[in-house]
Design a binder for this molecule. Structure first.
Ligand code: PBG
Length: 334
């Protein structure tokens, strides 16, 4: 091997890379288990725990069996959970009226988990109507079949209050209605939940990458799509306006969703706000990684860690991810 040369580079950046201790000491970001949030899908009935066909390693779970998912997560160090409620399909109606009922899975889950785990866990509720409406849209439809903004925003406030009353620590509105954060803040405050933070799905794109989730949540729209209320993937400036509008309305945490495909937006939002930012590594992004691992195209541990760490570098404080427990274990092994 030739080791001498007349060529001399102007800078030797490798000086900081070869010594492992030095390399680690100049690392700019880190991924920590406290930054991970695990989504959970809560269904009706008792004794149910069924694998979701569209989402690897994710289960539909009735309230009574949730500890089977939460205990191992806690064991791995994951303490934050995002709950999605799935009503009995027979209870869905055009107005999604089961969404704010206290006897529904997500509300019962909050009471049960609060009682069982106290303050050992952080419980967040996804506040939307698409799991509850018979047409699968995120709110009330007007005569033209469009989602009516203002009445939907008001209903989201009712849902948020039902979550907080049941014991949720935080609410996360995901319907992309204008003014929904203000409507929810005022509904929470008027019911005495002044300290309940709102983590807004503030920048949420109309994305093909929600496919596996919609199968899991039974929330695919029966007609049309969500482009009348979710962002076009072409529009980064508008995406920033959405988040900044939610900040003005009183959001406590902003969010970019999906995440891996929208890291440019995440990085720009990081520059534009002082609030904490969450991002959602959504179902299609998660399955893209899982399929790559299954096909032997991606090393599971290195690939998963790199994907999540890159979201931190782009500016995310919090990461909502179906891989939360796996990543937590990988972090521990390292
Ligand atoms: C709406 C909601 C969706 C997701 C989270 N909240 C679906 C949608 O907007 O159609 C998607 C999450 C994922 O794909 O993992 N309640």
């Amino acid at each position: 091997m030739k080791t001498s040369s007349d060529f001399t580079p102007a800078a030797r950046l490798r000086r900081l890379r070869e010594n492992r201790i030095l390399a680690e000491s100049v690392r700019e970001v880190s991924l920590e288990v406290r930054q991970l949030i695990l989504p959970l899908f809560v269904v009706t009935g008792r004794g149910r725990r069924d694998p979701v066909p569209s989402l690897a390693n994710v289960d539909h779970c009735s309230v009574d069996r949730l500890p089977e998912l939460i205990d191992p997560a806690l064991e791995a160090g994951v303490r934050s959970f995002m709950l999605f409620g799935l009503p009995d399909p027979a209870d869905k109606d055009p107005e999604g009226t089961t969404a704010w009922r206290d006897d529904q899975p997500v509300q019962r889950a909050f009471s049960f988990l609060r009682e069982r785990y106290g303050r050992e866990v952080l419980l967040t509720g996804d506040v939307c109507m698409c799991e509850y409406t018979s047409h699968g849209h995120c709110g009330f439809l007007d005569a033209d079949g469009c989602v009516d903004n203002d009445s939907t925003a008001e209903a989201l406030g009712r849902i948020a209050v039902s979550h907080a009353r049941a014991g949720a620590d935080m609410v996360a509105p995901s319907a992309m209605m204008d003014g929904q954060v203000a409507a929810i803040r005022s509904a929470l405050d008027s019911e005495g939940h002044v300290s309940t933070p709102i983590m807004s799905y503030s920048t949420k794109f109309a994305s093909a990458f929600y496919g596996p989730f919609r199968d899991a949540a039974g929330s695919a729209p029966s007609h049309g799509d969500r482009r009348g209320y979710q962002l076009a993937s072409t529009n980064a400036r508008e995406a920033l306006r959405e988040s900044l509008a939610d900040e003005d309305e009183g959001a406590d945490i902003l969010m970019v969703k999906p995440s891996l495909l929208y890291m440019d937006v995440l990085a720009r939002l990081r520059e534009a706000t002082l609030l904490p930012i969450a991002c959602y590594l959504v179902s299609g992004e998660y399955m893209m990684l899982r399929h790559a691992v299954a096909a032997g195209a991606l090393d599971e541990k290195r690939g998963m860690l790199e994907a999540h760490l890159s979201l931190r570098r782009a500016g995310a404080d919090l990461i909502i991810t179906y891989a939360a427990v796996d990543v937590a274990r990988m972090l521990r092994e390292r």
